[in-house]
Write a protein that binds this ligand. Structure first.
Ligand SMILES: *Cc1c(COP(=O)(O)O)cnc(C)c1O
Length: 234
């Protein structure tokens, strides 16, 4: 094994330990939280090292890069997660490649995904609704006030299975703001869970990245999306 591959395997162990410790602090089981390894800044060799270390869930934020990665790594048993914005003209090509889309952020996109779901895709495809919990204008995602309405519409779609919600913490405000945004997503989920359509499951909360995944786990994350901390040198 190269030094670099050993480094990445160590990083993976370290992240898993920090995830388990954060879960324990919150009185949760480590098994309640899964990790999507975000590969957007990683080389193909680094991704192969992570796969060799036992990882199979990988995330990309750009559809075109996901297509390219999926092709380069077609020999690996990878589950790809799309975690960034999906343009409607990229739906057909993206959906057969992914195990989950974390970033459904509007009715027109959801309608397009449902209508154009290729035969080769997982059906129904597990999806999360992306919510702009911080309200920052530069962020993708639905305003908090629009989530309930989109859930009601998507519940009737045959080819999409809503499994939960996703957010990114505010860019400003550090960990305190991250805690606030993650708690807001959990509270929204808890409120909607009581009266959402039966087809909709809101079990998953995809939140937390390299700088704030422990805070996210303390606030109830079931999926964390970690990139740079997995691939860093030291
Ligand atoms: C890049 C990215 C991540 C991972 O960010 P890191 O800080 O590198 O861990 C997580 N989620 C989304 C949506 C991203 O675009």
């Amino acid at each position: 094994m190269s030094d670099r591959a050993a480094r990445i395997a160590e990083n993976l162990v370290g992240i898993r330990e920090r995830m388990a410790a954060a879960a324990a602090r919150a009185g949760r089981q480590a098994s309640e939280v899964s990790l999507v390894a975000v590969t957007k800044f990683a080389s193909t060799a680094d991704i192969r090292a992570l796969a060799a270390a036992g990882w199979a869930d990988f995330g990309e934020s750009r559809p075109q890069q996901l297509w390219q990665r999926a092709e380069e790594l077609a020999d690996l048993p990878v589950r790809w997660h799309l975690i960034g914005h999906l343009q409607r003209n990229k739906v057909r090509r993206t959906l057969p490649l992914v195990a989950m889309v974390h970033s459904v952020d509007g009715l027109r996109l959801a309608e397009c995904m449902d209508a154009e779901m290729p035969a080769a895709a997982v059906r129904p495809l597990p999806v999360l609704l992306e919510v702009n919990t911080s309200g920052e204008a530069a962020k993708d995602g639905l305003p908090l006030s629009e989530v309930e309405r989109l859930l009601a519409s998507v519940a009737g779609f045959r080819n999409l299975a809503v499994r939960g919600l996703m957010c990114m913490a505010a860019l400003e405000g550090g960990l305190a703001a991250a805690h606030r945004d993650f708690a807001a997503l959990r509270e929204l989920r808890d409120r909607l869970r009581n009266h959402c359509p039966a087809e909709v499951k809101l079990d998953e909360l995809s939140m937390g990245m390299s700088g704030d995944f422990e805070a996210a786990i303390e606030e109830g994350a079931t999926i964390v999306r970690v990139g740079s901390a997995l691939f860093e040198e030291s």
